[in-house]
Design a protein around this ligand. Structure first.
Ligand SMILES: Cc1cc2nc3c(=O)[nH]c(=O)nc-3n(C[C@H](O)[C@H](O)[C@H](O)COP(=O)(O)OP(=O)(O)OC[C@H]3O[C@@H](n4cnc5c(N)ncnc54)[C@H](O)[C@@H]3O)c2cc1C
Length: 427
């Protein structure tokens, strides 16, 4: 059984949490062997917090739920772009776990899960404590494949942050944008597919442009994409033309020829087309499932294959994986998707452990993006579980040329969604 050591935990977190912030677990009761079946949930983000809450709530106390999450405050990646654009302050995207314990009796343990012994159905924590389970839910999100970008590394991420995980990285980006010289250049390198939040790099580009238009209007943004096309491309590019004409230069890989090297010391990004000198940069590498998924032995390469109707892994029916770590084709990796999948997982687990009715699996997703003030766009779909994959039932997308009232209403809808999903995770 492979284990993560303390240094690897810190690396996984990037600069999110210093190793010293890890706390000793409070697992009083977690190790008790009562008559209740026990569910251990690893990861208290969009997928895990929702799954823990729904399993506890819907089983009405018949199931013991233990949530393992190292951070005491979860800062959502969703709306972190709005923080960059000046539409949100950082505190407004942070959420704590007290209500999950107080309102639903969930035992929240602030620690890392270090390993999973699936044959003995137990999880070992970084503190050394061990917790047994009847069902294990993994929603560990993503880890970075640093070497997917030549020259990029854990060390380089402080000068060239990715800001693609919850935590302080996005604050570094904000600081670097604010410190750019007048007329300076911001370089963004979006990741290859598949990755967390397909429209995210382009909403981020929009929000940085919004900030720069107000504070540094002669600055430039260069997007060196690793993909020939991207989510909501026509909508974003139309918006960039309307709001930020001349500021954003999106360059496709067949034009720049690929990222040959990034150098955090000189702030240079080298391509066949040119070597771009950045005053500030955001490099987002390729991604894979959070490391605990591989340690649990349920990955197939980078991600976790699951059964669509229950999100149980193909490798082990007692381990369910949801959110970004899973292969939930045709759903995108988003917070909305993770929250929706969590309810399917909770339904399946509650049904199996309490011998109660299991409803057919239905899923939904909408990804809203803000281009500029009151200029919101969206793409979304509803889904059902097919035999081999999650199938689209119907889908929708905003259109170019929509009137201002529609775009404002779309933005307001996203505000409502944010309030709703965070209450669904943490209340
Ligand atoms: C810039 C940006 C903008 C975004 N905007 C949107 C948006 O507008 N709408 C939307 O729907 N989605 C958006 N997303 C995507 C969304 O944030 C993710 O898809 C979502 O958070 C995935 O949920 P998850 O549960 O899989 O992972 P996460 O929410 O990342 O949660 C994983 C949790 O697991 C914990 N963890 C990891 N390993 C371990 C371990 N070994 N032991 C214990 N705990 C562990 C981590 O600390 C973390 O809290 C955005 C993402 C980014 C980066």
């Amino acid at each position: 059984m492979t284990k993560l050591n303390r240094r690897q935990f810190s690396t996984l977190l990037g600069s999110t949490v210093a190793a010293g912030a890890l706390s000793m677990p409070n697992i009083t009761g977690a190790a008790s062997h009562g008559a209740k079946p026990k569910v251990v949930v690893i990861g208290g983000g969009a997928g895990g917090a929702t799954a823990a809450r729904y399993i506890a709530k819907d089983s009405k106390g018949a199931v013991e739920v233990i949530l393992i999450e190292p951070t005491k405050r979860y800062y959502t990646c969703f709306f972190s772009n709005l923080y960059l654009g000046g539409f949100r302050d950082y505190d407004s995207i942070g959420h704590g776990y007290d209500a999950l314990a107080n309102n639903h009796g969930i035992n929240v343990v602030h620690d890392w899960a270090a390993s999973v012994d699936s044959s003995n159905k137990s999880v070992t924590l970084a503190s050394g404590a061990s917790i047994s389970y009847d069902k294990l839910v993994l929603s560990p999100g993503i880890d970075m494949k640093y070497d997917s970008v030549p020259g990029y590394s854990v060390e380089a991420q402080t000068k060239m942050p990715h800001g693609w995980k919850s935590g302080t990285q996005v604050q570094i980006i904000k600081h670097r944008i604010a410190s750019m010289r007048e007329g300076g250049t911001f370089v963004m390198v979006p990741p290859p597919n598949p990755f967390r939040c397909p429209p995210g790099p382009y909403e981020r580009t929009s929000m940085i442009a919004h900030y720069l238009t107000k504070h540094n209007p002669t600055a430039k943004i260069i997007v060196l994409d690793t993909k020939p096309k991207f989510s909501k491309q026509g909508l974003f590019q139309d918006g960039w033309e309307r709001h930020y004409a001349g500021m954003i230069d999106w360059i496709a890989p067949d034009v720049h020829g690929g990222i040959k090297n990034v150098n955090a010391a000189t702030m240079e990004i080298e391509t066949d087309l040119d070597t771009f000198k950045a005053d500030a940069a955001c490099i987002i590498p390729a991604q894979k499932a959070g490391a605990i998924a591989a340690l649990a032995g349920v990955t197939d390469g980078d991600w976790v294959p699951v059964m669509p109707a229950s999100m149980a892994t193909k490798a082990d029916p007692n381990i369910h994986v949801l959110g970004d770590a899973s292969i939930a084709k045709s759903m995108p990796k988003s917070g909305f998707s993770a929250n929706s999948q969590a309810k399917v997982v909770a339904n399946a687990i509650r049904g199996e452990l309490t011998d109660s009715k299991v409803f057919d699996a239905r899923f939904a997703n909408t990804c809203w993006s803000l281009i500029s003030e009151n200029d919101g766009i969206k793409v979304g779909a509803s889904y059902k579980a097919g035999a081999e994959k999650i199938d689209v039932v119907d889908k929708f997308i905003s259109k170019n040329g929509e009137d201002e009232a529609t775009r404002k209403a779309t933005y307001e809808e996203s505000e409502g969604w944010y309030a709703g999903i965070t209450a669904d995770m943490f209340s």
